[in-house]
Design a protein around this ligand. Structure first.
Ligand code: AN7
Length: 351
């Protein structure tokens, strides 16, 4: 058990820090809830379904776990700026931690394909935005090239500090459950998170003898290069966070899948949106579309009989629903104003 009152990097200092290293920057990342989803579980036919809700991180996504380590180390190294490509959440996180470090931040984004909340966060923190006429994969290629300049720290997950920090989510799950789950399900985009979780679980197994979960990764059907076994030039999905055609950590994802006896499969946009709606309507937990890919995949595998009712399952909900408010459509007529009279309101209530 670890001391939950400590900042994340102090809590896991013995596993993450180099000798005498200091971590002056923290926004209170990590320590996210692991929620026993009883109503959603009953709907899916699962007794022990848990949601690891990463939306409560400071910028509303799991990216903060690795960003805190990457930016602390970039600052210690004396860089003059940080930079990343992003589908939105990495940019919001980089912008926030760079602001806290007093460092300028350059962000390269695919024009027109970043959810509104993520764009607002990035702009609000004063990052300098460059929108490109191209997708995330093109943005990351450009950032890799520009990152050869040693005055600039690239804080995409090609930076090993990002993946090191993201292992903490696996350790928190083990701390909360007292063991590893049988199955860890999560969305896969650039494939950094599945790689980091697997590294974290293996580390706990080595140090504490905990068991290893099977890793179940889910890509959106229109952006599923790992499922298809080849890069996709023009990935498309409503889940813009995982609209990625050539994942940087492809090999890490395949290793996590194969070493754990897991799988990486595709889920349709319709199934993703249905899962997003059911997670919040059954559990009150509002996640963004990409996050719901984990539950969409688990739902299908349970219906197929590949997951058993009593299996201990953790679905990672990687980002907050407020990131992408445009995706939630109002019920027909519910936004049309009525008179302020009690009678009119009663009538609108259907009483
Ligand atoms: C909510 O922000 O790639 O497989 O640039 O925002 O580790 O890439 C975001 C990815 C899942 C996929 N869920 O994680 C970015 C970016 C959410 C995300 C993923 C992302 P990886």
């Amino acid at each position: 058990m670890t001391d939950a009152t400590l900042p994340l990097l102090e809590r896991y200092r013995d596993r993450l820090a180099r000798g005498g290293e200091e971590f002056p920057i923290s926004l209170g990342e990590g320590g996210t809830p692991l929620i026993h989803a009883r109503r959603l579980g009953a709907e899916l036919g699962l007794e022990r379904l848990y949601l690891k809700f990463e939306g409560t991180n400071p910028t509303g996504s799991f990216k903060d776990r690795g960003m805190v380590l990457a930016v602390n180390r970039a600052m210690a190294r004396g860089v003059q700026a940080v930079m990343c490509a992003s589908t939105g959440n990495t940019s919001a996180s980089a912008a926030a931690y760079a602001a806290a470090a007093g460092l300028p931040c350059w962000i390269v984004l695919p024009a027109g394909k970043v959810a509104r909340g993520k764009l607002a966060q990035t702009l609000a923190a004063g990052a300098r935005l460059i929108m490109i006429d191209g997708n995330f994969d093109a943005a990351l290629d450009a950032v890799r090239e520009l990152g050869h300049d040693e005055r600039i720290a690239v804080v995409n997950s090609i930076n090993p500090d990002r993946l090191a920090g993201q292992q903490t989510a696996a350790w928190e799950i083990i701390d909360a459950l007292g063991m590893a789950p049988a199955i860890l399900a999560l969305p896969v985009g650039n494939a950094g998170n599945i790689t980091a979780y697997w590294a974290g679980f293996r580390r706990s197994a080595e140090l504490d003898g905990t068991s290893l979960p099977r890793m179940f990764g889910f890509q959106a059907a229109g952006a599923a290069p790992i499922v298809g076994g080849a890069p996709i030039a023009s990935p498309e999905t409503v889940a813009t966070a995982i609209r990625i055609g050539n994942p940087a950590s492809w090999q890490g994802a395949v290793a996590a899948r194969d070493e754990s006896g897991g799988l990486i499969e595709a889920v349709t946009d319709d199934d993703i949106l249905a899962a997003q709606r059911d997670i919040v309507r059954f559990e009150g937990v509002f996640c963004e579309p990409a996050s719901a890919a984990s539950v969409a995949g688990v739902r299908r595998l349970t219906a197929q009989g590949s997951i058993k009712r009593e299996d201990l399952i953790v679905c990672v909900l990687t980002g907050h629903g407020l990131k992408d408010p445009d995706i939630v459509a109002p019920e027909e007529g519910s936004l049309r104003p009525v008179s302020a009279q009690i009678a009119a309101i009663r009538h609108a209530m259907g009483l």
